[in-house]
Structure formats: structure tokens, C-alpha cells
Design a protein around this ligand. Structure first.
Ligand code: ALG
Ligand code: ZN
Ligand code: ZN
Length: 327
């Protein structure tokens, strides 16, 4: 988008009630309605064949879209109107083979390559956590190895499940093995719960991950945690992956592998806001499984997380555009 074009924003909810019409993320236009080009493309990946417990995250993207009808155009927490700063559009779903994980992983990577080649950043709505691997592959082709901030109850650096390399518990081990992550800037946030053994932690540390547990967030507070994460990330290209089970089941019951003792949605949103100066190149929100949700608690939390991430991206896009035009 050039500076002369005004982004096409969401449907005006004072004219068309927010519950009317088909749901796109935040009631934004579809990507094809803005000529196939957007600064940020919100895209769904309805895939959950990689789960180890409850299925259902294939319905997560559309549940988040439905819950996002209530998002308003001005974000006071970041003093920004994200959808006016840059063109954000809903790119629909990447349709993948539910019966063949390896093929699905390839399809996701190809679709992400295509979207990134248009200049868009990706705000992906899962789907289970398997999808982070092809998304990271694609992002790394464009930016080189990226810093990773991974919000999750789980490490997701396990090796294989039933001999399968691509599952929702293994994407980040594969990513480290493939050299697509910048191993000097890898962090898990919200980690908790029983593991298979102490070795899980040793393996994870060897890969380069730092861990901020959900108890650390509670004890040390969101500002200190955000400062620490910002320092670790620096100005590296950053990918943020949010498994909604980073939140306590009270804040996100609608997920496949819930663990007690998690962060609140307020803590998650505040940490994200504290990262507004980071160079966020793409992000995902995964593992929303609406069948176990109540009153859209989980999908509302996920829609707000995606809104904060989108705000960070659009602020950076607008700042970069201004700087370019000043030259
Ligand atoms: N929810 C995600 N992504 N991973 C959980 C894997 C935990 C397990 O099955 O042991
Ligand atoms: Zn998880
Ligand atoms: Zn996960």
C-alpha cells in the first residue's frame, strides 16, 4: 500500500450490527477484496491431525473469527488504530489434507511462501501447533533464522510421538534441527505442568531455549518479564507463536491439552504490549478447540491476542513507511 491509499478497514459496526454477515477477522475485508495485497494477512489453518489428546483445533480459526466481531478499531493499550495504519485483510483458510500430515505441512509452507512473497506479514490462526513448523520454514526463507517467542504450557520440543516427526508436540525441535531459528533468542513463556522426564528440560536447554514459567510471570510480574524478553530478542526478526493453552484453563478451557496453573489473559496481553518495539515479522495463535469452550472464553482471548499482535505489526509497518517517505 502506498501512502496515498487509505487502508480499507472493518465493516462499520454502528451501521451494520456486528453480529450480522459472515465472519472475517475483526470484520475486515477479505484479501481478494483488496486486490490480493495486504500488509498483514490473517489466515486460518484448519488442521488438527497432529494432536496427542483432544482433537478439534481445526475449528479454531473460524471460532476466533466469530469471537473477533467484537474487536473495535482503536487499541488504547497501544494508542493505535491498527486497521488504519496499514492494510489488514482476511486471507481465508489454507485448505490442507487432514489424512496426511507430511503433505499438509508442505501445503502450509507453500501457501505461506505465496502470501509472504506479496510482502504481507502473516497472522495465522490455527489449527494445532504442528502448523508452526511450516510457517517458520517459510518465514526463515525470507528473513533468515528468526528469534522465537513461544507462549505455551508445553515445550513442544519433544522428539517424536509414535514415531511421527511432525506433531503438535515437536515443531520447535524440528525447527532447531533445520537451522531456521536463531538459537541465541529462543524463549518459552507460560511453561508448566508435568513432563515425561527431567531430560525434556535438559534437551530443551541444549537447543538454546530459555524458560519463563507461568509461576515466574506471577512472581516477577509482566513488566520485568517483557523487559527480559525484549533484551533477549533485541532487533532480530521475531516470530511469536501463541499456543492458547499458555493460559490457565479458567481463561482458555477450549483447548486440547489443558494444564492447571496458567497465566491469565491479562498477563498474556500485557506481555505482548510490552513487546511493541520488537521487529515482529509474523505470528500465530493456535490450539483453540471450540468444542471444549464455554461462552467463547477461549476464542475471545485468542482474538484479543491476535489483535495485539496485529497492532504491533501495523505500527511497525506504518513507522517504516514514514521513515522511507522522510528520506
Ligand atoms: N499443545 C501442544 N502444542 N502440545 C502438547 C503436547 C503435550 C503431550 O501430548 O504430551
Ligand atoms: Zn501447549
Ligand atoms: Zn503447543
Amino acid at each position: 500500500m502506498s501512502s496515498t491509499e487509505t487502508p480499507r478497514g472493518p465493516v462499520d459496526s454502528s451501521r451494520i450490527p456486528r453480529y450480522a454477515g459472515p465472519a472475517t477477522f475483526a470484520r475486515l475485508p477479505r484479501l481478494d477484496e483488496v486486490g490480493g495485497r495486504a500488509d498483514v494477512a490473517v489466515v486460518g489453518v484448519p488442521f488438527d491431525s497432529g494432536v496427542s489428546y483432544r482433537p478439534g483445533a481445526r475449528f479454531g480459526g473460524n471460532a476466533i473469527r466469530e469471537a473477533s466481531r467484537l474487536l473495535r478499531p482503536y487499541n488504547p493499550a497501544q494508542d493505535a488504530s491498527p486497521f488504519a495504519l496499514a492494510q489488514v485483510a482476511d486471507g481465508g483458510d489454507i485448505a490442507v489434507n487432514p489424512f496426511h500430515i507430511n503433505e499438509a505441512v508442505e501445503t502450509i509452507e507453500e501457501a505461506a511462501d505465496q502470501l509472504l512473497s506479496t510482502g504481507a506479514r502473516l497472522m495465522t490462526l490455527g489449527g494445532d501447533h504442528t502448523i508452526a513448523l511450516p510457517l517458520l520454514r517459510s518465514v526463515a526463507k525470507k528473513h533468515g533464522p528468526v528469534a522465537l517467542l513461544h507462549f505455551d504450557a508445553h515445550l513442544d520440543t519433544w522428539d517424536t510421538y509414535f514415531g511421527a516427526a511432525y506433531t503438535h508436540g515437536t515443531p520447535f525441535r524440528r525447527a532447531v534441527e533445520e537451522g531456521i531459528l536463531d538459537t541465541s533468542a529462543l524463549s518459552h513463556v507460560g511453561t508448566r505442568g508435568p513432563l515425561y522426564g527431567k531430560q525434556d528440560l535438559d534437551d530443551d536447554a541444549k537447543m538454546g531455549f530459555g524458560i519463563v514459567t507461568s509461576a515466574d510471570v506471577m512472581r516477577r510480574g509482566v513488566d520485568e518479564i517483557a523487559d527480559q524478553l525484549r533484551q533477549r530478542i533485541g532487533d532480530r526478526p521475531l516470530y511469536i507463536s501463541i499456543d492458547i493453552d499458555c493460559l490457565d484453563p479458567a481463561h482458555a478451557p477450549g483447548t486440547g491439552t489443558p494444564e492447571a496453573g496458567g497465566m491469565t489473559s491479562r498477563e498474556l496481553l500485557e506481555i505482548l504490549r510490552g513487546l511493541a518495539s520488537c521487529n515482529l515479522v509474523s505470528a500465530d495463535v493456535v490450539e483453540v478447540a471450540p468444542a471444549y469452550d464455554h461462552a467463547e472464553i477461549t476464542s475471545v482471548a485468542a482474538s484479543h491476542a491476535a489483535y495485539e499482535l496485529t497492532t504491533i505489526m501495523t505500527r511497525q509497518i506504518a513507522a517504516a513507511r514514514e521513515e522511507n517517505e522522510g528520506k
